[in-house]
Design a protein around this ligand. Sequence first.
Ligand SMILES: Cc1cc2nc3c(=O)[nH]c(=O)nc-3n(C[C@H](O)[C@H](O)[C@H](O)COP(=O)(O)O)c2cc1C
Length: 364
Amino acid sequence: MNQHCLSQKITLIRPLCPDSEKTLRLTDVLEYGLDGTDCEVLETVAEIEAADLTGRRLLFAIELGESGINLEYVRMLKLIRLNREMFRGSIAGIIVDGASELYTKSVSRHLEFSANRAGCAFLGRPLVEGTLSLRNYNVVANVLGTDNLNAYRQSVRDLAERLQSYQPSAVEHPRILALHAGHSKQSNTLLLWSMIRAGIEDRADIQEISLHEGEIYDCRGCKFETCLHMGEESRCIYGGVITEEVYPAILECDALVMICPNYNDAISANLTAFINRLTALFRVHRFYDKQLYAVIVSGYSGSDIVAEQLISSLNMNKSFLLPPEFAMIRTANDRGSIAKREHIREDASAFGQRMITQLCGGTE
Ligand SMILES: Cc1cc2nc3c(=O)[nH]c(=O)nc-3n(C[C@H](O)[C@H](O)[C@H](O)COP(=O)(O)O)c2cc1C
């Protein structure tokens, strides 16, 4: 992705929280994590309205308190949702600090989904959270041999360093892996993907794997050591299509396209099983240079929930890079009806061209 020249300094977007007592821990971890970093700070809606936020390295840092609501942030979110060009060419990370065990992840997903629609890319593993108890750092603190607050501080520093040093990668002829679990030729989501695919076939190597046929076992939750050992050999306790076809294809691809009909406001069971089973491979590989795309169709509503599920599982947890406007989203219910939607082929073609541009590092 190279649409804009990226600024070197970090722009910290930290929505103002009037209760200074509540902000102490976030201030502490930011001071540690950003020590020595060239940084500009924006705190209010008026400040972000006045700023040019395209082509920036953005770090959102949000204090949620106990309620999970920061009113200045909510006002900012409204602005972000109404300006689809606001963050064009920018790359971002997120820090969210709460005085509750809840809300940090869901607020981050909403923000990331909305900012992404406004043109913002997100690093793989872009989120650092501080829940009230900081128990979410038990594992990291153990690995680093420190306490949980220090693990939080170091996670902020690691994120800031990755944001600062991020450079977009580019390939000449991208390898694209498309995963689906659809079975009907009349699946609206598969039809939409076939329209996108038709426009990019000569510009990329495209591999499509169906997870519909045969039994896909969900993750069994093996012991860490077993999972790690399996991952080192690109295996998982269960074999089958996931380890034989999907694992090698994931390691080779430059972009993963998730083809997701909305099933009860979630991605379907076999695709969920794939993401869970990716854990073994993730134990030994990071996917920071692999871009995540999605094609999402709902019969009625709720595509944002499906998109956010993909963001939290594959970008926040499993480390795929989220390119700007990662998902093509439509509403269609009757079998095959998406093909009759006005401008659908043009829209599909434009989405495919943008994928190629972003993968090849060109300008739009
Ligand atoms: C099991 C199942 C659950 C569904 N749940 C929802 C839903 O929660 N919300 C919605 O908008 N559409 C829902 N739909 C409708 C599909 O999203 C719709 O048919 C759409 O065209 C995408 O599915 P397709 O690619 O299989 O055609 C559901 C469909 C099925 C088969």
